[in-house]
Each structure stands twice: as C-alpha cells, then as structure tokens.
Write a protein that binds this ligand. Structure first.
Ligand code: GRF
Length: 219
C-alpha cells in the first residue's frame, strides 16, 4: 500500500526534496500528496510544483493560530493524507492540531534529541563542544521537539569543523533519515509504546543507523 503524505514547510525544502526523490526512486512506498507552506516565498512550494505536487501557501495573516491550522487540516484532508511530515515548518503547532493528527504527525530535527531542541540546533551542538551531533525523526507532541523518537543517526563533529560544515553533514544524513522513517511508517512497522517507539523487523538490507554515517567519516 502506498501511503499519502502531507508536507508542511516554511523555507528551503531540502527535506521535502529528499522525500520527493525517494518517492520517484521507488525507495519509499509513499507519495507526497500535498505541500503546504506558511510563507509565500518558501522554496518548498517551487520544489513541489516542479514535481507536479499540489502546493499551497496557507496565509496566516489576520488568522488565529487555530484558524490557520484549520485551513491546513482542510487541505490535508482534501488530499486524503495518512501522515503529516513537518519539514522545516517554523511555527509551533497548537495542541488541537497535534491532537487531530495524533500518531500521524512527524518531524525531523537536526540534533540528537533530547539534546538541543529549538532553533539552530547545529549551532547549539557546535558551541556546546559535543563530539557527536546528529539528526532525529520523532512523533510530534505538545512539546517543542519532544515527542517519541523514531530514528536517530549520529554525525561526528570533526576537528576544524565550523557550524556550517557540521550543519551540511547533518543535512545529508537528514535526507536519508526522513525517507527511511516514512518507509518504516508506510510499511506499518512503527508502533508507539508509551514514550518508546518500537520498530518491527530488521532495517532494510544495507541500511542501519550506522550506515547513515557519511561514509568518509566512518572509515
Ligand atoms: C532541517 O534542518 C530540519 O531538520 C529542521 O529544519 C531544517 C529544514 O531544512 N527542522 P529544509 O527546509 O528541509 O531544507
């Protein structure tokens, strides 16, 4: 079965692109059914259009958060989405939206949560001097970057790194982690057990969290 995704974005949209590319490559039994942005100039909208995916700017101007999110839910329902993927969506969602999409709302964050939630997690990690940074996919709950963790992949911090070099390596890992997360969800292999996420079966051949390390730094 192919599951339908709604993707919410605010900017660049490189994680959206990773999902579109995985769909096209047939590595993920999911289709991006609709893309919604809260910024008119979000590059994610252009990426969606280039891939022939319906894309809408949902203007938050003059609306309460609830009203804005109600419009998004309407669009998501029209598109009959099974899961909602946050991909650089830079607005905190209300408990009501989170409840509507409970267990079907996922996010990707550029740190090994629960370390460094919030803005510019890559800078936070870099400035904290950690040796290992990374990326996390998780279910969204009412806390910011706090829901049950689905997958994580580590990215070593290298001598002479800068915030930007580290962020670029984390992003590469994100682009593998998000499609893999969606694949597992689409295959029905992800189950919530309290705060813990259980994943059934082995990860696909050749894929493990270890193989998500950029190859040049794990050798
Ligand atoms: C990514 O680093 C993601 O983890 C975070 O926001 C960034 C979005 O980048 N939530 P992009 O718009 O997908 O390129």
């Amino acid at each position: 079965m192919t599951v339908r995704l709604g993707v919410l974005a605010s900017g660049r949209g490189s994680n959206l692109q990773a999902l579109l590319d995985a769909e096209r490559a047939g590595t993920m039994p999911a289709t991006v059914a609709v893309v919604l942005a809260n910024k008119a100039d979000a590059h994610a909208l252009a990426r969606a259009k280039a891939a022939d995916v319906p894309a809408h700017f949902v203007d938050p101007k003059g609306l309460t958060r609830e009203a804005h999110e109600a419009l998004m839910t309407e669009r998501l329902r029209e598109a009959r989405v099974d899961f909602v993927c946050l991909a650089g969506y830079m607005r905190v969602l209300t408990p009501s939206f989170v409840a509507t999409w409970r267990e079907r709302l996922i996010n990707i964050h550029p740190s090994l949560l629960p370390a460094f939630p919030g803005l510019d997690a890559q800078r936070q990690a870099f400035e904290a001097g950690v040796r290992v940074a990374g990326a996390t996919t998780h279910f969204v709950d009412d806390g910011v970057d706090q829901g049950p963790i689905i997958l994580q992949a580590a990215v070593p911090v290298l001598e002479g790194d800068t915030r930007d070099a580290l962020a670029a390596r984390i992003l590469e890992v994100e682009h593998r982690l998000y499609p893999l997360t969606v694949k597992l969800l689409a295959e029905g292999r992800v189950r919530l057990d309290g705060r813990r996420v259980r994943i059934s079966g082995a990860l696909p051949a050749g894929v493990s969290t270890a193989s998500l390390f950029p190859p040049d730094v794990t050798k």
